[in-house]
Write a protein that binds this ligand. Structure first.
Ligand code: NAD
Ligand code: UGA
Length: 464
C-alpha cells in the first residue's frame, strides 16, 4: 500500500518524537499525531517551539522544520483515523493498578479503546501498527476487536516496537541500531503491509538495519530487550554493594568486565537504581506472562532484576540515614536531580522519588533542584505514592530554582540524577555553606572523589 497519510494515536514521549522524525524524513507523507489530552496537543502546537511538552535534545528543531508542513498535532482523532492508511497506536500501557494481574500485568484498556475507535471510524482498509510496548499476542486481541466491531474493512496488524531511550530519543530515531517490524508474513496482504512500513523507514534507515519477523517474535523481542538492559543495571548494582564491602571499585570492575567483547561496555554504570516508565513495567509484565503459562522459574528469574533494583534504592537511602548518625529527623537534605536520568524532564519511576519517600518517613526535610523538572511534578510524584497527605508533602519538601539553595545549610547533599552541570558547580562554596560535617552522597558515580574529600566533604559514592 502506498502510504500518504499516517495517524499516530498518543502524543507522548514515543508518539511525539517518532512521528516528528518520520515527518521530517518523509516530506511526502502527512503525519497527524492525535491525543485525548488537549493540553498536551496545545503544547505541541505552541507557537514557541521551545514550549513543546517533551524535552529532548534536538527535538524542537525537527518539530520546527516539519510542523505545519506535513506534521500536525490534533485532538480530532476520528478525522485523522479516517484519513490515514496507516495508524500507529502509541498510547500508554501502564502496570495494572486493579483487578486480576494488579501490580504486574500491563493495563491494555487504552489500547482496546483505540482499537474500538479505529473500528468505529474506519471506512477504508488500514494498516494498524502497535508502537506501544505490549504483551506477546496482543495483536490477536486487536485483530479480534477490529474485525468483529468494524465496518467490514480489512485490517493488517503490525508490531513495530520502539527502542529509543529518553534523553537521546532524536539520536536513536535518526540512527537506530535496528528497526523491528513484525507482521503476518505468511500471507501476501501481510507481507505487503510489512513492506509499506519498511518503505517508510527506508527513507533514512539502511535496509540491513530493518528487521522483519513474525508478529509474536517482534512483540516478545521488545520485552526481552528491556529485560536484558535492566538486568545489566541490576547486575552491576549488585556488584556495587560487594565493591563497597571489599575495597573494589565498581567503575574499575565495570571497565575490566566490559572490555570483554562478549560482554560489552555499555549499560554497566552503577547507580542508585534504574527508573523510567518502562523497565519495571515491562519486566513485571514479562513475569506475569511467564507465570500465566506456569513458567515459575522463568518468572522468578526475571523478578530478581526488580527486587535488586528496589534493594539498591532502599540501601542508598538507608545508608544516608546511618551515616547521618542514625537520624535525619528535622535535618535538611539537599537533592540534586529528580528526573530518572539526565537530559529528560521525565520523572516516572525515578529513583529520587523512592529515596525521598524513605527519607520523609524518617522525618527529613528535603529540598530539590532539577534543571528540567517542575515543582508541581515533584509533588505529583510524591502524592501518587499515597504515603502521606498532600499537605505534608508540601510542608516537608521544597523545590527550588537555584541549586545553591539546595545545598545551603544542608546536613547532606545527594546526587540522584547525572546532569552534567552538577560536575561544574562551585563545590567549595557548597561546602562552605553546608552544615558540618558536610555529607555528600553520589548516587550516580559522577563526581570526582579526591577533590571533594580535599575540600572537606564526607564523601560516599555508590560502589566504592
Ligand atoms: P505517554 O504517557 O507519554 O503518552 C501516551 C499518550 O497517549 C498520552 O498523551 C495519552 O493522553 C494518550 N492516550 C491514551 N489513551 C488514548 C486514547 N484512547 N486516544 C488518544 N490518546 C490516548 O507514554 P509514552 O512514554 O509515549 O509510552 C507509550 C508506549 O510506548 C508505552 O507502551 C511504552 O511502554 C512504550 N515505550 C516508551 C518509551 C519511552 O521512552 N517512554 C520507549 C519505548 C517504548
Ligand atoms: C529504556 C531503553 O534503553 C530503551 O531502549 C527503551 O526503548 C525504553 O527503555 C523503553 O522501552 O521505554 P529509557 O528508560 O528511556 O530507555 O532510558 P535508559 O537509558 O535505558 O535508562 C533507564 C534507567 O536505567 C535510568 O534510570 C538510567 O539512569 C538507568 N541506567 C542506565 C543505569 O543506572 N545504568 C546504566 O548503565 C544505564
Amino acid at each position: 500500500m502506498n502510504i500518504k497519510n499516517i495517524c499516530c494515536i498518543g502524543a507522548g514521549y514515543v508518539g511525539g518524537p517518532t512521528m516528528a522524525v518520520i515527518a521530517q524524513k518523509c516530506p511526502e507523507i502527512n503525519v497527524t499525531v492525535v491525543d485525548i489530552n488537549e493540553k498536551r496537543i496545545a503544547a505541541w502546537n505552541d507557537e514557541n517551539v521551545e514550549n513543546i511538552p517533551i524535552y529532548e535534545p534536538g527535538l524542537s528543531d525537527i518539530v520546527k522544520e516539519a510542523r505545519g508542513r506535513n506534521l500536525f498535532f490534533s485532538t480530532d482523532i476520528d478525522a485523522a483515523i479516517d484519513r490515514a492508511e496507516m495508524i500507529f497506536i502509541s498510547v500508554n500501557t501502564p502496570t495494572k493498578t486493579y483487578g486480576i494481574g494488579k501490580g504486574m500485568a500491563a493495563d491494555l484498556k487504552y489500547i482496546e479503546l483505540c482499537a474500538r475507535q479505529i473500528a468505529r471510524v474506519s471506512t477504508t482498509d488500514k494498516i494498524v501498527v502497535e508502537k506501544s510496548t505490549l504483551p506477546v499476542r496482543t495483536a490477536e486481541t486487536l485483530k479480534n476487536i477490529l474485525t468483529n466491531t468494524g465496518n467490514g474493512v480489512n485490517y493488517q496488524i503490525l508490531s513495530n516496537p520502539e527502542f529509543l531511550a529518553e534523553g537521546t530519543a532524536v539520536e536513536d530515531l535518526l540512527d537506530p541500531d535496528r528497526v523491528l517490524i513484525g507482521g503476518d508474513i505468511d500471507t501476501e496482504a501481510g507481507k505487503d503491509a510489512v513492506q509499506s512500513l519498511v518503505d517508510v523507514y527506508a527513507h533514512w534507515v539502511e535496509k540491513d538495519h530493518i528487521l522483519t519477523t513474525n508478529v509474536w517474535s517482534s512483540e516478545l523481542s521488545k520485552l526481552t530487550a528491556n529485560a536484558f538492559l535492566a538486568q545489566r543495571v541490576s547486575s552491576i548494582n549488585a556488584m556495587s554493594e560487594l565493591c563497597e564491602k571489599t575495597g573494589a571499585d565498581v567503575n574499575e570492575v565495570a571497565k575490566a568486565v566490559g572490555m570483554d567483547s562478549r560482554i560489552g561496555s555499555k549499560f554497566l554504570k552503577a547507580s542508585v537504581g534504574f527508573g523510567g516508565s518502562c523497565f519495571q513495567k515491562d519486566i513485571l509484565n514479562l513475569v506475569y506472562i511467564a507465570k500465566s503459562f506456569g513458567l515459575n522459574e522463568v518468572a522468578n528469574y526475571w523478578e530478581q532484576v526488580i527486587l535488586m533494583n528496589d534493594h539498591q534504592k532502599r540501601r542508598f537511602a538507608a545508608n544516608m540515614v546511618r551515616t547521618l548518625f542514625n537520624t535525619v529527623s528535622g535535618k535538611k537534605i539537599g537533592f540534586l536531580g529528580w528526573a530518572f536520568k539526565k537530559d529528560t524532564n521525565d520523572t516516572r519511576e525515578s529513583a529520587a522519588i523512592y529515596v525521598a519517600d524513605y527519607l520523609l518517613n524518617e522525618q527529613a526535610e528535603i529540598v530539590v533542584y532539577d534543571p528540567k523538572v517542575k515543582e508541581e511534578q515533584v509533588y505529583a510524584d510524591l502524592d501518587y505514592l499515597n504515603t502521606r497527605s498532600e499537605e505534608e508533602n508540601r510542608k516537608r519538601v521544597k523545590v527550588v530554582k537555584d541549586p545553591y539553595e539546595v545545598t545551603k545549610e544542608a546536613h547532606a547533599v545527594a546526587v540522584l540524577t547525572e546532569w552534567d552541570e552538577f560536575k561544574d558547580y562551585d563545590w567549595q562554596k557548597i561546602y562552605d555553606e553546608m552544615l558540618k560535617p558536610a555529607f555528600l552522597f553520589d548516587g550516580r558515580r559522577m563526581l570526582e572523589r579526591k577533590s571533594k574529600e580535599k575540600i572537606g566533604f564526607e564523601f560516599y559514592a555508590i560502589g566504592s
